[in-house]
Design a protein around this ligand. Structure first.
Ligand code: SAM
Length: 211
């Protein structure tokens, strides 16, 4: 499937976004060189969006589901005030090793706590309240993650969900992951606990505010 955003438009958007800092560029390079699916990383434009949003809402308590090599976590940590805490979790220890190697090179890395293990187990350990939650892990569990985290988000807090357009496969779902995203999108767009918008940013990002 093609990218939602044509590559030349994505490139134009990258060039007209504040430049990526050298540590994030190094992390993106290491991810390209050392992992099999580097495109799982949010990248410069979406990462910048995460940092700006985190900064704009002054998020001090952030939860991320799906760390991978730590790019999105570092972006959000950079947007958080001193003393902020970001909990991020994943099942992939080898990707987490790359994340840690880079986080420790930034003073924002101190804000990040990594938890290894299936996210649904990890979530049970934390009550919140969170100012911001970013969901970016296995698609089949998206609705489970949503239902597990929403009660832990403060009123007025945000949930961001990545890949909700799934390279356009939401229009013609075949694989189980396609159908899971479609079910998720239908369920949350009718969830009266939130107000939300689906953004056509990169692979689609749903942005929800808890009422
Ligand atoms: C799209 S990547 C995350 C990308 C990351 N947010 C970034 O921008 O660099 C999805 C991650 O979810 C992780 N994952 C898959 N199933 C999981 C589960 N049950 N619990 C926690 N993490 C899981 C994968 O190992 C993978 O690293």
């Amino acid at each position: 499937m093609p990218d939602i955003v044509p590559p030349e438009i994505e490139r134009y958007a990258e060039l007209h976004t504040s430049p990526e800092n050298p540590l994030l560029s190094a992390l993106a390079k290491a991810t390209r060189e050392k992992t099999e699916v580097p495109r799982m990383q949010v990248g410069h434009v979406e990462g910048s969006f995460l940092r700006l949003l985190t900064r704009a809402i002054e998020a001090k308590h952030v939860l991320e589901i799906g760390t991978f090599t730590g790019y999105s976590a570092l972006c959000m940590a950079e947007g958080m005030p001193q003393g902020g805490k970001l909990i991020t979790c994943d099942v992939d220890e080898s990707a987490a090793k790359i994340a840690r190697e880079h986080w420790k090179q930034s003073h924002h890395g101190k804000k990040i706590v990594f938890e290894i293990g299936p996210a649904l187990d990890t979530l049970k350990k934390f009550r919140g309240p969170f100012d911001l939650v970013f969901i970016d892990a296995d698609k089949e569990n998206y609705l489970n993650y949503w239902n597990a985290v929403l009660p832990k988000v403060r009123k007025g807090g945000m949930i961001l969900v990545d890949n909700v357009l799934w390279s356009g496969r939401v229009l013609d779902p075949k694989a189980e992951s396609d159908k899971a995203i479609v079910r998720f999108n239908e369920a949350v767009s009718n969830d009266r606990r939130v107000e939300l918008v689906m953004l056509t940013l990169r692979d689609g990002v749903t942005m929800a505010v808890k009422k």
